[in-house]
Ligand binder design. Structure first.
Ligand code: C5P
Length: 479
């Protein structure tokens, strides 16, 4: 990532902000279309706050997938400018065929289609040789646009950090954000909105009772402890840490002596090793923590990773508007609802992880793939997160690409695919492979080098797997 790439991206960001300001000047109502995952909701929240502050009429649409159906719905509405966030770059052809007269801004970090779309400003790091899967997310790009519109929007930087963490862009050695994300972190810290520490990557470990932060952490997954309050209590007692003080209050990290804290860390890593997690993975429970300074100590929004998990819960359990509202600063009742959704989301994910662990013998192995058939048991909106966690916690092997299928309520097959970064270093580009394989079975797909998704017709799964295995063999140079 050199200075000239950054400067070209920055020019494109300014062009997008100028275009949006022109729409505002013409008093045109704006539609924002974004994706239902944490990065998509964070991007929509940042753009929503930016537009709200500009006093322009706007509405937000959150889509599971930007496909013919969602674009047809948009085409039935009166023509108005559209900002696509975290979607769009891979679907420019579909945008053109469904919305040929719309003015469009695309703010997306997915690998773009080589396609010239008229009346469109596309802000995408890949166009300038910047890796959108690690350097910056769609919420980070949205933040850059918002800041180009008005420097006062710097207060939205923590939401960009949340989105990047939601998209697992913490790819630095210490699980830290890198490149352009790192610059956003720096701005947020300098403006007093964010604190960065090195410590245990347990949700809210700085602020919550220890037993609760152990229980609430599902990513990384701590087998046997995540989601199980009583098991967490017993674990603490077993390693000699009293979870409750003399007055009956649950103890927090700040209540522990330095010896207790050290013992907690050592024993947690040992425990993970005893559960078959490799040492590198177990030790990665230590890492960089991002704390949003103005959120109250017990809030699920204080720890940026936990905030991202809450957004995923809202988006993937069907109430994305709550996630967007929270990113736009709403609290009170909406936050209460989001907390309930998060608890349900955690339980659902744990149920799926348990199901997968018990059915590993049914995972189909091909040369380069491990294939999970979720059928209609696994929610199509959650299957991607399921295999992300299963791969990072080594329930699934990092040596092969994980591909999972779930049948959506619309009667289509949702495909999610994930791979270890080591495979990308050997030449794997999952986004391109999935896009190509999906198009060969009349589906649509795309994404990043190590995380991609698709939608394919029912009963095309086996053809898809055959094609995908071949494409990956070619990418890895081992046909
Ligand atoms: O849906 P899932 O979480 O598996 O998607 C993984 C990544 O691939 C996400 O970043 C998603 O936006 C992207 N994707 C895509 N095109 C699709 C489906 C998913 O770019 N058709």
């Amino acid at each position: 990532m050199d200075d000239s790439s950054i400067s070209k991206l920055s020019d494109r960001v300014d062009f997008a902000s100028k275009t949006i300001l022109e729409w505002v000047e013409q008093d045109q109502p704006i539609t924002v279309v974004s994706h239902l995952d944490a990065d998509g909701l964070a991007a929509a929240g940042i753009i929503g706050s930016m537009l709200e502050r500009l006093n322009v009429a706007f509405k937000v649409r959150i889509v599971k997938q930007l496909d013919e159906d969602s674009l047809k719905e948009l085409s039935s509405e009166p023509i108005s400018p559209i900002i696509f966030a975290d979607v769009g770059s891979g679907q420019k052809d579909l945008i053109y065929s469904n919305l040929p007269e719309h003015s469009v801004v695309i703010i997306d970090h997915h690998q773009p289609l080589e396609y010239e779309l008229e009346r469109c400003v596309e802000v995408n790091p890949h166009l300038f040789g910047i890796d959108g899967s690690r350097s910056i997310s769609s919420s980070g790009l949205s933040y850059l646009v918002a800041k180009s519109v008005d420097l006062n929007n710097v207060d939205l930087a923590p939401i960009a950090v949340v989105g990047a963490l939601g998209d697992r862009q913490d790819s630095g050695k210490r699980h830290n954000l890198v490149d352009l994300n790192e610059s956003i972190v720096k701005e947020a810290v300098e403006a007093g909105f964010l604190e960065v520490k090195f410590g245990l990557r347990l949700f809210g470990f700085e602020s919550r009772p220890i037993v609760k932060s152990l229980e609430y952490t599902i990513d990384p997954l701590i087998p046997g402890l995540s989601g199980n309050y009583n098991a967490c209590l017993k674990f603490l007692e077993r390693i000699g840490i009293t979870p409750v003080d003399e007055d009956g209050n649950l103890r927090r990290m700040s209540d522990l002596s330095s010896n207790e804290l050290r013992s907690f860390m050592v024993n947690l890593v040992k425990y993970m090793l005893s559960k078959g997690i490799e040492s590198k993975e177990a030790e990665s429970i230590m890492g960089t923590i991002y704390i949003i300074s103005h959120e109250p100590p017990t809030s699920p929004l204080r720890d940026a990773r936990e905030f991202a998990s809450l957004l995923n819960a809202c988006g993937r359990l069907g109430v994305p508007s709550i996630g967007v509202a929270i990113c736009m600063g709403r609290r009170g009742e909406v936050l209460d609802k989001a907390e309930k959704l998060t608890s349900r989301y955690r339980q659902t994910l744990l149920k799926y992880l348990d199901w997968l662990s018990r059915n590993l013998d049914k995972v189909r192995q091909t040369r380069f793939l491990q294939v999970i058939y979720g059928g209609d048991y696994v929610d199509d909106r959650i299957i991607g997160t399921l295999i992300s966690i299963a791969l990072s916690s080594r329930i699934l092997s990092p040596k092969k690409v994980a591909v999972a299928f779930a049948v959506s309520p619309e009667g289509k097959v949702k495909v999610s695919a994930r791979a270890d970064k080591a495979l990308a270093r050997r030449g794997l580009n999952l986004g391109l492979a999935i896009r190509d394989a999906a198009s060969q079975v009349e589906g649509v797909g795309g994404g990043h080098d190590v995380a991609a998704g698709a939608q394919i017709p029912l009963n095309s799964e086996e053809d898809f797997i055959e094609v995908l295995d071949k494409i990956i063999a070619e990418q890895l140079g081992s046909e």
